[in-house]
Design a protein around this ligand. Structure first.
Ligand code: SF4
Ligand code: SF4
Ligand code: FES
Length: 367
């Protein structure tokens, strides 16, 4: 047994009082969970502590909290591990998750944010017709591909720390978009293109993710929501050629092409390419002018604060020719593949495994 100091954030909106911190010392074995610590404090010191839990085994997803500032499951965080990340080395700080309103103490309103967003993405399979008399038979690989998103337990940890959602509360968000990939990637679903068009054209949809990796770090189940969002983008752009009204797809393409051409991101070229295409003529696309005009206040601020200079911004950003060749070789390898290869948690192996075996290669050569 060891003693652990827990500092809990308390808040009850019904009382009208401001949030406050409350400390408790609990006695438990170090491998016990933070949830068990909170429950001991609740059972022995203050029965009014609000915490949501059910399975205590990282299955139901109900005990999402922030421990020492990081979102996760209270029942899946050992006290000894939490102590190791304590900022002062001795106090485990537990708060409610972010991006969702607090109902009481450590309990957040999942209905108001998380579940509303899940409902937004039509979270069920829409059967392809004709429906077979018996079961659907689908390739094993395609089901393995969606297994990662199926591992989600709807705990909301990714939502809690999503930076885009903090800036734009209407963003559909990591958990709901991962849920959407669950059906987009399922060969039995009849709505792949409809779903992707909808989420591409929604200004708060798949192109609203800023690729910050926070949801990947937060997820206790390895769902990697950001990777699922990138898959949605690849299928929308590469397979269905969906050009969204928000310009997300072209912006992404401009980004990729700039790195291929220069080896570095050249911001001054990104805007015209995103709006008008890669050609020189594209720079005069009316939308590029409009966007440039709307960005002028930000550009002026950057100039005044010395963050950018006109010469520095306009001068092409390039890496040495030899290094650029190496970058371009990566593009050639990836783009030269006949099939797009998607890896997820449940698919392991090496790139070389994708190449034909030596006997296959010999057969091909002699054919
Ligand atoms: S990667 Fe995208 S979805 Fe994930 S937390 Fe960052 S902004 Fe949100
Ligand atoms: S994706 Fe991960 S973090 Fe997000 S709700 Fe699902 S299990 Fe929780
Ligand atoms: S209590 Fe079920 S996941 Fe923690």
């Amino acid at each position: 047994m060891a003693e652990f100091r827990l500092k809990l954030r308390r808040y009850n909106p019904e009382t009208g009082e401001a949030p406050y911190w409350q400390e408790h010392t609990v006695e438990l074995e170090p491998h016990r969970s933070v949830l068990e610590g909170i429950l001991q404090a609740k059972n022995t010191e203050d029965g009014s502590i609000g915490v949501r839990c059910s399975c205590k085994a990282a299955i139901c997803g109900s005990c999402g909290v922030r421990v020492n500032g990081k979102p996760g499951l209270a029942c899946h965080t050992h006290l000894e591990d939490a102590l190791a990340t304590a900022k002062d080395g001795e106090t485990i700080v537990v708060e409610p998750m972010g991006n969702m309103p607090v109902i009481k103490d450590l309990i957040v309103d999942m209905d108001a944010v998380h579940w509303k967003k899940i409902q937004r993405v039509t979270p069920w399979l829409v059967n392809k017709e004709p429906i077979p008399e018996r079961e659907y038979v689908v390739p094993r690989e395609s089901m393995v591909d969606v297994t990662q998103s199926m591992a989600c337990i709807q705990c909301g940890a990714c939502v809690s720390d999503c930076l885009s959602m903090e800036a734009d509360p209407l963003f559909v968000g990591p958990a709901a978009l991962a849920k959407s990939y669950r059906f987009v990637g399922d060969p039995r679903d009849a709505m792949q293109e409809v779903r992707l068009k909808d989420l591409s054209e929604d200004p708060h949809g798949i192109y609203d993710c800023t690729h910050c990796f926070k949801c990947i770090e937060a997820c206790p189940k390895g769902v990697a929501p950001m990777s699922q969002i990138m898959r949605l983008r690849r299928i929308a752009g590469n397979d269905h050629h969906i050009v969204d009204r928000n310009n997300g797809e072209r912006h992404e393409r401009a980004f990729v092409n700039l790195i291929r051409d220069h080896g570095l991101l050249w911001e001054a070229e990104l805007l015209p390419r995103s709006l008008g295409g890669d050609s020189w003529f594209g720079k005069f696309h009316p939308a590029a002018g409009q966007e440039l005009a709307s960005s002028l206040p930000v550009i002026a601020k950057g100039l005044l604060r010395g963050k950018v200079s006109i010469g520095g911004a306009l001068k092409p950003h390039k890496i040495p020719a030899e290094d650029l060749k190496q970058v371009q070789r990566i593009y050639e390898t990836v783009e030269g593949r006949e099939e797009r290869v998607e890896f997820n948690l449940y698919i392991s192996g090496k790139d070389e495994d994708l190449l034909p075996s030596s006997s296959e290669a010999t057969e091909e050569a002699s054919a």
